[in-house]
Write a protein that binds this ligand. Structure first.
Ligand code: CA
Length: 238
């Protein structure tokens, strides 16, 4: 099946260049020239990926991101930013952008990122679809119950709400229970490349996980901070 990509970009030369390269690579391409148009096309066309410029007329990239997440549209997003944009990448990732790129970028670089993000989102979708397969994998630690195939986690009976990245991070911690994981390790395992060493994104996500799974996130029983090293997922002592 051909992947459909929505490009939301007001600079015609960049939009045209991206369109050309994406078509060459075999993708279907939809173009929107402002944020509002981009939002509408995202909702109507349900693309597999959005390349979203940050500075846009009518609705900026962050707003578009926010609206899409509020509508529960989990379309992967790569944010396009200019060097001088005051862009808080942690906030962007928090709002649900999967990746970001700084202009000027080479078409080759864009294609590589597009491919990587699509591959990652497919891995998640496939595991969601695989739920019927027998022998469903699950984790039960204390009151925490996690079902990777269903993309669901419960604390006692309460369904927890995670973003895809938070869930991926939780799974990685569970798979490596009782092991100390450095922030860099987590960055490369969960985000698949390093954000120029910006490990704040790990801390932000850990704190969100704690808000959901810990009784008292100031005194975490599951996710321990290992000072000077990183984090460790532990089985709470009874
Ligand atoms: Ca722009």
């Amino acid at each position: 099946m051909t992947n459909k990509i929505l490009v939301v970009e007001d600079e015609v030369s960049i939009a045209t260049l991206l369109q050309y390269n994406l078509k060459q690579a075999g993708y279907d391409v939809i173009i929107a020239n402002d944020g509002l148009d981009g939002l509408h096309k995202a909702i109507e066309e349900k693309p597999d990926l959005i390349l979203l410029d940050l500075m846009l007329p009518k609705l900026d990239g962050m707003e578009v991101c926010k609206e899409l997440r509020m509508k529960k549209l989990d379309i992967p997003i790569i944010m396009l930013t200019a060097k001088d944009d005051e862009f808080d990448k942690v906030l962007g990732l928090e709002l649900g952008a999967d990746d970001y790129m700084t202009k000027p970028f080479s078409p080759r670089e864009v294609m590589a990122r597009v491919k990587a993000v699509l591959r990652r989102s497919k891995v998640i979708n496939n595991s969601q679809e695989a739920e019927q397969s027998s022998g469903e994998k699950s984790y039960h630690i204390g009151l925490l119950n996690v079902y990777p195939d269903r993309f669901e986690a419960f604390l006692d009976d309460k369904l927890l709400e995670f973003t895809p990245k938070e869930f991926e991070l939780l799974l990685y911690l569970l798979e490596n229970k009782n092991r100390v994981l450095t922030r860099d390790q987590l960055l490369s395992a969960v985000w698949h490349y390093d954000f120029a060493g910006d490990t704040r994104i790990v801390d932000v996500h850990i704190s969100h996980l704690r808000d959901q799974i810990e009784e008292n996130s100031r005194k975490p029983k599951f996710i321990k901070t290992i000072r000077g090293l990183g984090y460790k997922f532990e089985e709470p002592k009874v």
